[in-house]
Design a protein around this ligand. Sequence first.
Ligand SMILES: [Zn+2]
Length: 237
Amino acid sequence: MSTTTVKQPAILPEGYEITNIVVVDEHFNPDDHSEQGVVDKLKAKFKDFKIEVFLANRELFEKLAEGQEPKVMLITCIDSRCNPTMLFGLEPGEAFVVRNVANFVHPYEGQVHNAAVGAAIEFAVTAMDVKHIVVVGHSSCGGINALMELDDFTTGLVANWVKVGLPAKEKVKELYPELPFDEQVSLCEKEAVNVSLKNLLTYPYVKERVKGGGLHIHGMHYNLRHGRLTSWDIVRK
Ligand SMILES: [Zn+2]
């Protein structure tokens, strides 16, 4: 076997232990590993990356190891079909990417369960001084579909998460009550992006920088059936 194996300490619940540790590099041989499946494919793909990208761009990766200066932050859905690295041709070091169900930003105040997104925004804006934040919605979004379908948002973590989009749902239902449900969902996917853009402006350091012209926030919607991207900006009147 050409693959290096290592031991590693583990803090795990009683009854669990770490097994099958594999360091994947350019010497990795998938045939050495009996189990097949999607995780093995990830390892094999990492080997391809090591050879075709990492070793072919040593200078870039040595520079990136010293630090990062991304100028843009993307907030996208977890949906497997909405892959920001592929859609926007992102190079390593180029963008912060936060992904969550239906690409929501909750308001700054009372955001206990939004701490992960909030911490990412705080770090990107105050520590890394990103110049642009883009919220990217998409078609056939399960999170927005749940927002539009549900009446009760008290049960389940997804329901509790997407209810922040209720202003978008209510606006669409109010303005377009006669539209078929799937068209209402489509409109809500875009309006929910605007809810997140509005909520971004509740972060004091975001609001201050947008006001001063040092930070710009944008909305996008990716139609994954037609491969079409719609983008828009939010500016102060
Ligand atoms: Zn989605």
